[in-house]
Design a protein around this ligand. Structure first.
Ligand SMILES: Cc1cc2nc3c(=O)[nH]c(=O)nc-3n(C[C@H](O)[C@H](O)[C@H](O)COP(=O)(O)OP(=O)(O)OC[C@H]3O[C@@H](n4cnc5c(N)ncnc54)[C@H](O)[C@@H]3O)c2cc1C
Length: 233
């Protein structure tokens, strides 16, 4: 375990809120919807906020898709490579986990006439939370494996599944609706940057874009570097 993970795990043990897993539903082959119950208050959370979940001996960031007094839900991408994803793939009812948070992740939304959401399997839960709280119509795309595409309909999300690396092509045909917009880009760091660059090249107002890289094919340091670079740009 990395030193930073060891320290964070210690903090979670000291300060984390304990949750009990009450349901683990496989929405599609690579997406698990896990429901936890515990002493939590809905007033503590806003859609888009993240948690640091203490599972399988590591701390990892996740975004509740729903949060009510006493219960919350998280959608895990079962990517198969890391301890948290492997834990979610086989976690059983009755297991307990702790978390730190919630904490802000995305910048706050501005008033808008529409929302454009672009992401990948790690952002389906984020998009469910944003869609359920949206005051304007949502549209957009999620890069998903074909076998996971039905999960969007199952969750009632008005989003289209496109193939991995398919969002850029979709963006090239996209026409913004009229009025001010809110554009949320999240998922793999270099993809998020490519989507942002493509939208800016099409003349989208930079102030409408909110983005948050969730992971990187090239590791955590790369995710943070891309995030810093985009904040400065
Ligand atoms: C603010 C925030 C909120 C997030 N919310 C969610 C969420 O709600 N649901 C969700 O599923 N994820 C979410 N993520 C992403 C999640 O934290 C990462 O995918 C995390 O790396 C998973 O931990 P792990 O232990 O499974 O893999 P790690 O041990 O972190 O990584 C192991 C290997 O797998 C690779 N990897 C990591 N994630 C993926 C992936 N998704 N696909 C393919 N390869 C991957 C890494 O590059 C590394 O090589 C969020 C991330 C952030 C920063």
């Amino acid at each position: 375990m990395r030193f930073a993970d060891t320290i964070k795990r210690g903090m979670a043990t000291l300060t984390g809120t304990s949750l009990t897993l009450v349901q683990n539903t496989r929405l599609s082959p690579n997406l698990a919807q896990i429901r936890f119950e515990g002493a939590i208050q809905a007033a503590d959370w806003n859609p888009g906020d993240k948690l640091k979940l203490n599972v399988a001996g590591v701390l990892r960031s996740y975004t509740p898709s729903q949060w009510q007094d006493g219960a919350l839900q998280i959608l895990f991408h079962l990517h198969g490579q890391g301890p948290a994803a492997q834990w979610a793939a086989q976690a059983q009812v009755g297991e307990t986990v702790s978390f730190i948070g919630p904490a802000k992740s995305l910048p706050p939304a501005q008033a808008s006439d529409w929302h454009l959401l672009i992401g990948d399997p790690t952002t389906v839960g984020l998009f469910q939370a944003l869609h359920q709280s949206a005051r304007a119509p949502c549209h957009g795309v999620v890069e998903l494996a074909p076998e996971d595409a039905p999960a969007l309909d199952a969750l009632g999300l008005p989003l289209k599944a496109v193939a991995q690396d398919g969002a850029l092509e979709w963006i090239s045909d996209w026409q913004p609706p009229s009025g001010p917009g809110d554009v949320v880009l999240s998922g793999e760091a270099d993809r998020v940057r490519a989507w942002r660059d493509a939208l800016l090249a099409q003349g989208l107002d930079k102030r409408w874009i909110r983005l948050k890289p969730y992971w990187s094919r090239r590791g955590k340091a790369r995710r943070k570097a891309v995030e810093r670079e985009m904040k400065g740009a």
